[in-house]
Design a protein around this ligand. Structure first.
Ligand code: PLP
Length: 353
């Protein structure tokens, strides 16, 4: 049972598949240069309901082909020679920086600091070199969430030193606590602040490639001008399917959360009995487990059994001692894994001693 790559494997809800099928009979399959206004309006309306913010759909929202591509390309449209990011991190921030010829400034995410970066630890001269600061909450891989103060502090620094805050909120709808996570869109002044989101996780639509960037209109304008250089806008029928229906959209995220919660409840107790303490936060579909000195050996042993070995996730030094499990296999497979883990844990504990 492979808990490696964090790509949802749940079935896309029927109403979305049906919307796509219906649209495919009516839509032109020719590429479109711009996003359909209905989708931009639906995104702005959702952000209004979810975060209590007002977005101008014409100036402050741009639909994207999922978020990975947009994240990768961002370093190409900003200045500066440094890309700052919390580590361990989703690897695409670093890859984007490398392909844009920029260096990475690592801000370690430590358990004792709630897996939040220490922005005070960076001096003014270094901030002057930064083109973009990546924040990612709820966080991959630590499952931590961020308080509004982090976004306000980052936005203030971004205005002072003229860099961009890019908040990757791919997991904004996957949380297990009673309070939904906030967004960088809620800062008092959105100058130099943009948010990336995607339907891949919250609506189990990774293959549809549909997401958006929202925030500072100047940056959104640049991001709208950039894609025609490297490709085209998302397929029109996918954009229209992504508009969704208001009630259905809300109940989709509720169902998706319930499913990940069920998997979490199945696996956490057996993992903890096996000596892997849950060290991370209360969101995303990741379990961030403290495996202590045995982490490297365990990761290597697990990796050896994976079919897709070349896709092994390398978590940077700040992730040492931890194992990340993505709760993406089906509930039935999680049950199978839990049963297997019950059998194996005593053996692993014995080996650890
Ligand atoms: C933190 C984070 N951001 C963005 C993405 C990209 O998602 P997509 O390109 O499917 O929208 C992922 C996918 O694993 C992720 O973990």
């Amino acid at each position: 049972v492979d808990f490696g790559i964090g790509e949802p494997r749940e079935e896309t809800p029927a109403f979305i598949r049906e919307a796509l099928a219906a649209r495919s009979r009516r839509s032109r399959a020719t590429p479109v240069a711009t996003a359909c206004p209905e989708l931009r309006a639906a995104i702005a309306a959702w952000a209004g309901r979810r975060f209590g913010v007002t977005l101008d759909p014409d100036r402050e929202v741009v639909p994207t082909l999922g978020s990975k591509e947009a994240i990768f390309h961002l370093a190409q449209v900003v200045g500066g020679d440094l890309v700052a990011m919390g580590t361990p991190a989703y690897p695409v921030y670093e890859r984007g920086a490398a392909f844009a010829g920029k260096e990475v400034l690592e801000l370690p995410l430590r358990a004792e600091a709630g897996f939040l970066p220490d922005l005070d630890a960076v001096d003014a001269a270094t901030w002057e070199r930064v083109g973009v600061l990546w924040l990612n909450y709820p966080n991959n891989p630590t499952a931590a969430t961020a308080p509004p103060e982090l976004y306000e502090q980052a936005a203030a620094l971004a205005r002072e030193h003229e860099f961009l805050v890019a908040s990757d909120e791919a997991y904004s709808e996957l949380y297990f606590g009673s309070r939904p996570p906030g967004s960088a869109l809620q800062v008092g002044d959105r100058t130099n602040v943009v948010v990336f989101n995607t339907l891949s996780k919250r609506s189990s639509m990774p293959g549809y490639r549909t997401g958006f960037v929202a925030g500072d209109p100047e940056v959104i304008g640049a991001l709208r001008r950039y894609p025609p250089n490297v490709g085209v806008a998302p397929l029109e029928m996918v954009q229209r399917a992504a508009v969704g229906r208001r009630g259905a959209t809300r109940s989709t995220s509720r169902k998706v959360r319930a499913r990940y919660r069920a998997k979490r409840d199945l696996l956490l107790p057996v993992l903890e009995r096996a000596g892997l303490r849950s060290a991370g936060g209360d969101a995303t579909f990741f379990l961030w487990l403290d495996a202590g000195a045995g982490a490297e050996a365990l990761a290597t042993a697990l990796d050896r059994r994976r079919r897709d070995r070349h896709a092994r996730l390398v978590l940077r030094p700040a992730g040492e001692g931890f194992i990340r499990l993505a709760l993406v296999p089906s509930v039935a497979d999680c049950e199978r894994a839990a049963a297997c883990s019950r059998r194996c844990s005593s053996r692993w504990r014995a080996g650890r001693r």
